[in-house]
Design a protein. Structure first.
Lengths: 75, 190
């Protein structure tokens, strides 16, 4: 009986070590809603085209008005 | 399983040298630091990848227009979150969003996983994403927002309270109930 328990514990340890070494787990397990959402967030990046669109939009933005003292100094 | 931190989540999806750069250096810095969280918040509030992309663009364009007001403010994250929350709430309240059929389901689930993911990983991400969106959609708007904000480890309860117009203690109390509601629905959609 004791041998069986020891064998089972040994097997569990080996399985756990194997999981850690390979970085894989049989199933995703989370302790909280926040963990689920953090995991989810990690797989969603903003598309690169947002930057391209932003550059285009910024290029169309009106230039800020020159301040009166800059006009006065001619700079 | 050890979940990735939010810091992990901002890992670039492409080599830095090949990524497009913003012409405004200050906005580029803010975008690099916060765009991932802003996009994710918009994605899960709106439930649509295309609308989340548009919202991210609009939020950062508003930020660009108001950079002068922002300078000197220590916390760009909360400033951007406030713009995002208002923007998404406005979108959700429009007739168009409420009545026009959207292919949100497919759009959200088909958002790209990071390029290094294996096919199995992508499948896993898609299934999990679908379940998460259904779970969030089943919650009240307040619970949904609180959970999405608290998932960002850089935000304190006080900052979440400021963003949602309540005290840190109220946030703490509601989060407890929000987590329970999330867990219940998450199991239901398994």
């Amino acid at each position: 009986m004791n041998d069986d328990v020891k064998r089972l514990q040994q097997q569990q340890r080996q399985d756990s070590q194997l999981d850690q070494q390979t970085g894989q787990s049989k199933a995703l397990e989370f302790d909280s809603a926040e963990e689920v959402l953090r995991h989810d967030a990690a797989s969603h990046q903003p598309p690169d085209r947002v930057v391209e669109r932003l550059n285009e939009s910024i290029a169309k933005e009106p230039k800020p008005p020159t301040s009166w003292w800059r006009k006065l100094l001619g700079s | 399983m050890q979940s990735p931190s939010v810091t992990d989540a901002v890992a670039p999806s492409a080599p830095v040298s090949s990524r497009p750069k913003l012409d405004s250096p200050e906005l580029a810095r803010i975008y690099a630091e916060h765009s991932h969280q802003i996009y994710y918040l918009a994605l899960r509030l709106l439930g649509d990848a295309t609308q989340a992309e548009d919202a991210t663009h609009d939020v950062f364009l508003k930020a660009f227009r108001k950079l002068d007001q922002f300078r000197g403010d220590a916390n760009a994250r909360t400033w951007l979150y406030r713009i995002t929350i208002n923007h998404c709430q406005n979108l959700l309240q429009t007739w168009h969003h409420r009545h026009v059929f959207s292919n949100a389901d497919e759009a959200v689930w088909e958002t790209r996983a990071t390029p290094t993911d294996s096919p199995l990983r992508v499948l896993e991400t898609k299934e999990l994403g679908e379940r998460i969106q259904k779970t969030l959609d089943a919650l009240t708007e307040e619970y949904r927002l609180l959970l999405l904000l608290v998932a960002d480890e850089k935000l304190s309860y006080a900052e979440i309270g400021a963003l949602t117009n309540q005290s840190a203690d109220a946030v703490r109390g509601k989060l407890h109930r929000a987590r329970k509601a999330f867990a219940t629905h998450f199991e239901k959609f398994a």
